[in-house]
Design a binder for this molecule. Structure first.
Ligand code: NAD
Length: 250
């Protein structure tokens, strides 16, 4: 018995990173997974490997959502789970951030999550209820210098999570957020960065002494998508190796 037997779960940004790990784990746990991304080649290959469905989806476009959900329903008849995982990150000092960059990050991270909830909540309700897991961040709960637009967008994702949980509980839908710290994916490993320096950074910065693994975030998303979290809604779940716990002075 898998923890998601018979479920149909739509995962955005599923071509790589945490979304890929979630797609792999959810498939192994018996779900029919719909992988959505803008990286069509990578996403298509992964879906083929998993025996899943790949759909092209730019999360910031409402017409893309409509088409992608129609394709998912054609394939599986319904959707009863959503993981809003797609996101982008840019580094910039707040006062030096071009408006276009701020708007792009907002559009993908915040508007993308909003459109996912808006498009899929009625489908999940029609399927008899289910779950939505939004991917916020450690930066949904605290500030981080030089990622101002990203931080603002992730605070917004947490706000959306709480409001959606309140409004959708009566419709049989639980809504929670994962809040990862630093996780070893292409987002946190810019090309050309020295792996030794990155390892050393997290060894000193994070109480558990290392960067997180996408598979660890996937296990949290599984918990929030499956029955093990049946009485939980509207909550942020920090997964950060203890980074947010506080500071150490010695
Ligand atoms: P990643 O860059 O490896 O994966 C992000 C995925 O989202 C990619 O497949 C990308 O193609 C897709 N994507 C980007 N823009 C999109 C769009 N407009 N429409 C559809 N798909 C789009 O990064 P990741 O670390 O796996 O990130 C997954 C989520 O986790 C993001 O929301 C990110 O903000 C969040 N997060 C990551 C970390 C980290 O340290 N890696 C920490 C906290 C939160």
């Amino acid at each position: 018995m898998g923890k998601l037997d018979g479920r149909v779960v739509f995962i955005t940004g599923a071509a790589r990173g945490q979304g890929e790990a979630e797609a792999r784990l959810f498939t192994a746990e018996g779900a029919h997974v719909v992988l959505a991304d803008v990286l069509d080649e990578q996403g298509g290959k992964l879906a083929e490997e998993l025996g899943a469905l790949y759909v092209h989806l730019d999360v910031s476009r409402e017409d893309d959502w409509t088409a992608a959900v129609a394709a998912a329903k054609d394939a599986f008849g319904r959707v009863d789970g959503l993981v809003n995982n797609a996101g982008i990150l840019r580094f910039n000092e707040l006062v030096g951030t071009p408006l276009e960059e701020f708007q792009l990050i907002t559009q993908v991270n915040q508007v993308g999550a909003f459109l996912g909830i808006k498009t899929l909540a009625p489908e999940i309700e029609a399927a008899g209820g289910g779950t939505i897991v939004n991917t916020a961040s450690y930066t949904a709960l605290t500030g981080m210098a030089y990622v101002g637009a990203y931080t603002a967008s992730k605070h917004a994702v947490l706000g959306l999570t709480r409001v959606a949980a309140l409004e959708l509980a009566g419709r049989g839908i639980r809504v929670n957020a994962v809040c990862p710290g630093a996780v070893d994916t292409p987002m946190s490993n810019p090309e050309g960065a020295d792996p030794g320096a990155i390892e050393e950074l997290y060894r000193t910065l994070v109480p558990l002494g290392r960067v997180g693994r996408p598979e660890e975030v996937a296990r949290l998303a599984l918990f929030l998508t499956g029955e093990d979290s049946s009485y939980i809604t509207g909550q942020p779940f920090v997964i950060d190796g203890g980074w947010l716990a506080g500071v150490s002075v010695l």
